[in-house]
Design a protein around this ligand. Sequence first.
Ligand SMILES: Cc1ncc(COP(=O)(O)O)c(C=O)c1O
Length: 473
Amino acid sequence: MDKSDFTKWSNRATDWGQTYLDTLRERPVRAQVSPGEIMAKLPPQAPEQPEDMEEIFNDFANIVPDGMTHWQHPRFFAYFPANAAPASMIAEQLANTMAAQCMLWQTSPAATEIETRMVEWLRDALGLAPHFSGVIQDSATSSTLSAILTMRERALSWRGNKSGLSGEKPVRIYASAQTHSSIDKACWIAGIGQQNLVKIPTDAHYSMSTQALRAAIRADRKAGFLPAGIVICVGGTSIGATDDVAAIIEVAKDENLYTHVDAAWAGSAMICPEFRPLWHGVDGADSIVFNPHKWLGAQFDCSVQFLAEPSAQIRTLGLRPEYLKTQGAGEITNYNEWTVPLGRRFRALKLWFLLRAYGLEGLRTRIRNHVAWVKELEGKLAAHPDFTIITELRFSLFTFQYTPKDGDANALTAALLAKINDDGRIYLTQTQHEGKFVIRMTAGQFDCTRDDVMAVYDVLVALSARLSPQAHP
Ligand SMILES: Cc1ncc(COP(=O)(O)O)c(C=O)c1O
C-alpha cells in the first residue's frame, strides 16, 4: 500500500469502525476465545513479498474483533474503564497521520503548547490550585514511577542518579495496602526494593492511619532508614478506598517528605465539585496523577501528572545531551525532561477534542449518571436476599458476594462470576477483600445508559438461579 491509497483504506477503516460502534451491543463483552486460538490463525513467518491490503483487511475483520474484549461496550463493568469518546478517537487518528513525535518543543511546537494548555484546563476543571503545572504521560504507572524517582533523589540530595544507591541509607516510601500495585513496581524499578515500601495499616474506613504513619516514619529514622515520600490513595483499585489527604499531607510536611496522590481513576470525578471533599487538602500535594482515559472519556492512553513544583522532577529525569539541544532557543518546555521516555506521543490532541466536543458540563453529567445508576443498582442488590454488599459505594464502585442460604460464599461467588463472563452480556471482575472473594461493580463507559447498569441486576438474578438450588425462598 502506498500513500495514494490512503483515502481508500482509511475510509474503509472508518466504515468498519462505524459499524463496529453501532453493533457493539450485539457482541459478548469479554473475548470468548481460548489461549492460543488467535495465534493458530497466524502464519509462523512474516511474508517475503507484499500482500494485498484487501486480504490484510479481511484477515483483520475475521480474526481480530472476536479475539478482543470490548472496552467500549456499554456493559463493560470490569476493572476500571479505559475509554475512547468518539471525538477523542478522531483526534488520535489525526495525531497518528502526522506521526507526531513530541519529545522536544522543536519537534512539535503545537503539541507542546496544546499540552501545556490542556494541563491547565484540566487543573482548573478539577478545582486544583493555580500553582500546579504538569505533563501528560502514557500511564499512571509511569507518572507514579516519575514521582517515586523524584522522592528518592530529593531524599538523597540528588546523589542517587550520580553515584547509585550503594552506601546510602535505604530509602523508604509509605503507602497503605489499598494502593495499586504500580506503587510496588515503581519501588522495584527505582532500586528502593519491595521491603522498603512500608504498607501502613488502615482504619475502619480503609484509609491510611496517620498515627501509624507518623510512628513508622519516626521508627524508621531511628533505625537508620531514609524516609523519602508518601503515596496517597484516592479511589483505590480494589474497593475505591480513599485516604485522608489533608491529614497525611500534614504528616508529610512535618517530616519533610514528598507526596504523590494516586487518583488514577477517581481523579476524573473531581470535575464535579461535590466529590472534591473526598480529596480535601490535595492542593498541598507535590504530585498528583489521574488518567483521563479511565473515566473522563479520553482515548486510551492518557495520564496527567500535576506537579506543584516541576523542577524537582526535571532535576531527577531531565537530561540534555548535545544532540537534543535546541539551538538558539530561550525558555522553552521540552516535556521529555519531565518523564522517563524520550519519545512522546501527541496525547494532548485527544484531550483538546474531548473537552471541546462534550464540554465540562457534558462530562460531569456522564460521571454523575454513572454514580447515580450504580448507587441504584447497589440498593436493588442489597434488597435481594441472595446478595450481600461487602463494600459500599465509593465514587461508582461497590463490591458484593453471592450469599444464598447454603454453601460457601467465596466458591459460589467465583462460580457466578465465571458464569457471568462466559454468558457475555455483561463483564465484571473480582477482588479479594478481607479474605472474601468479591465481585467489583463499577460503571464508567462513555456511552453506558441506566438500562445497561440495571441489566446487571437481571443477569445476576437469572444466572444465579441456574447456579444454586439453595437460594433463599
Ligand atoms: C488507582 C490506580 N492507580 C494506578 C493504576 C495503574 O494505571 P495504568 O494502567 O495507567 O498504569 C490503576 C489501574 O487501574 C489504578 O486503578
